[in-house]
Design a protein. Sequence first.
Length: 323
Amino acid sequence: MIVKKRSKPIRLLTNEALLRRIPPDFPTRSEIEADFKKRKAGYRGEQALDYHLSMLDDRNYIILQDLRLPIYNTFFQIDTLILTPHYALVIEVKNMAGTLLFDTKFNQLIRIYRDKQEGFTDPITQVKLQAQHLAKFLEPFHYTLPIKTLVVISNPSTIIKAEDEEAARTIQNQVIHAYRLPTHIQELPTPSSKPHLDSKALKKLVKLFAKFHSTPHFDMKEAYQVHPSDIKDGVQCPNCHHIPMKRVSTKWSCPMCMETTKTAHIQAIFDYFLLCSPYITTRAAANFLQVTSVHLAYRLLSNMNLKFKGKTKARLYHSPFLD
């Protein structure tokens, strides 16, 4: 049973919004595009995993996705966490094409793709570190649930290799293709015949994770040297991507391709939340949408069913990405 579902990562959403609203010749645009492609591939890999997770028996497994928990003075993140009465399983997903060579001597991952070799952080070491962080997080709450780890390769055509037979034996139960996941989990040995947690304790643990989970903050100024003044405001045409569309009667109209729509402002408001501020007023919305009527901005915001504080004139609408 999935109790915390996966959503598109804030940084990926921000990258998408940035690419819509910065100039083609912006100094760091190529860096943003490269990061966007990498994170989009990673998210697709996680989505591919979800299909295989859906084959697990809901009665036996509790699944939490994209869990971000505090440790020391920072946070750690887990792609997928599976809870059972006997153990917890931390899963790290990789969506990489080509041949993956796991170097167990130097703890590195070498990808061979299109006659090019690249070195990456060893995901086996990475997921074990996440498990250590999870154990440390649970320590004050007196949970002693055994924690297992697994690296899952979401691309079925990716070839998994090790430098020799001994290394292959070492990693064969630590790295698998996604399609093997249901069978692999069902065959995992339980650390003891007696469950570590009953159903009541498992529910308490899930509530604990929900309490401490937090949405990551992404600072585009620090990452890409983008300032709010670099962001182009206005409603973007969903057809030809021109900015801005014009408000004509009850619709948005594109002066370039003549597309009309009633809902294009919704993406613009979401872009504002991602790129400018997690809060918006009716005046700020009117300015960003390039409309002269504050009453129109108020009506459009009200129809989006956003959380807000304050009365009509001083109302402050909250970004849904804060939830």
